[in-house]
Design a protein around this ligand. Structure first.
Ligand code: C2E
Ligand code: MG
Ligand code: MG
Ligand code: MG
Length: 281
């Protein structure tokens, strides 16, 4: 009987493993098809000046608009894309689309602000990333400082030596680099000094706790560190007016969050740009 139970467990185990595998393969095939069919779309969330309420940038956030399932958010497919190798062409598409959008908004007089793109570390490991960037800058004519790339702390540390020199080269071109979700990884101060970064993005989980004593100490310490290292600071995930009131007092220059705007499809983002002269102020 014990032997049978073991057998059943094994069967259960292999079946669920098999199902997982089938699911992964299906997802990978679907993503490839989606990329070919143009089902991916970039949404844009404004970066807003804390003091003036003006739009100072836009973060591109990918969505998969599946004809049957509707809008799929990146946490549901980016990890598979990274495992399957599709992240490289998908990441190329994100970069090209965001850069083209920046140029288009500039040409149409809608704004000449920076666009931020989230980078996956597999894009760096894959060779030719620097050449691709060079070509993109040349062909599009974008001013490199109007492009910003965001990476999380743990992504920075992956493959660190090789990544570091590549990121230094990227920064040297004039592209700016943001450390995303700051506070959730394991950066030590020593790393912060070594990393080629222009901006710290304080993770939403810290901003949620702004109204507790220890929460405020964390936020203000991060802002002080940024000021000491001459970095810009962006507060992520601002949802309430009280959080913005608080930010005004801290000296943090920029924020993002649902309070001002959710990520929007390009056309809606453009409406936002023309309507909201000064957001939520
Ligand atoms: P992230 O770069 O840290 O982006 C911030 C996430 O927080 C976004 O989720 C955004 O919609 C959400 N957010 C912004 N403001 C608020 C707020 O006030 N409240 C709450 N609750 N959430 C807010 P999203 O778009 O689902 O993206 C999740 C993550 O997926 C991103 O985190 C980023 O790491 C990754 N991602 C998104 N687009 C891309 C991409 O094109 N390439 C890569 N490699 N990763 C991407
Ligand atoms: Mg980001
Ligand atoms: Mg973030
Ligand atoms: Mg994040």
């Amino acid at each position: 009987e014990a032997k049978n139970a073991g057998k059943n467990q094994f069967k259960f185990f292999t079946e669920s493993l098999h199902q997982q595998l089938v699911h992964e393969i299906e997802l990978e095939n679907n993503m490839q098809r989606a990329l070919d069919n143009g089902e991916f779309e970039l949404y844009y969330q404004p970066k807003i000046s804390v003091t003036t309420g003006q739009v100072t940038g836009a973060e591109a956030l990918i969505r998969w608009i599946d004809p049957n399932k509707g809008v799929i958010t990146p946490d549901r497919f980016i990890p598979s894309a990274e495992k399957s190798g599709l992240m490289v062409p998908l990441g190329d598409w994100v970069l090209e689309t965001a850069v083209r959008q920046q140029i288009d908004w500039k040409k149409r007089g809608l704004g000449d602000f920076q666009v931020s793109v989230n980078l996956s570390p597999v894009q760096l490991i894959n060779n030719h990333f620097e050449e691709k960037l060079n070509r993109l800058i040349q062909e599009s004519g974008i001013t490199p400082s109007k492009l910003d790339v965001e990476m999380t702390e743990s992504q920075f540390m992956e493959n660190s030596e090789q990544n570091l020199s590549l990121l230094h080269a990227i920064q040297q071109k004039g592209i700016s680099i943001s450390l995303d979700d700051f506070g959730t990884g394991y950066s030590s101060l020593a790393y912060l000094k070594k990393f080629p970064i222009n901006t710290l993005k304080i993770d939403k989980t810290f901003m949620d706790d702004y109204d507790t004593e220890s929460g405020a100490i964390f936020i203000e310490t991060i802002i002080k560190i940024a000021q000491t290292l001459n970095l810009n600071v962006v507060a992520e995930g601002i949802e309430h007016p009280e959080q913005l009131d608080y930010l005004v007092k801290t000296g943090c220059e920029t924020y993002q969050g649902f309070f001002c705007s959710r990520p929007l499809p390009a056309a809606e983002f453009e409406k936002f740009l023309t309507m909201e002269k000064s957001c939520c102020h």
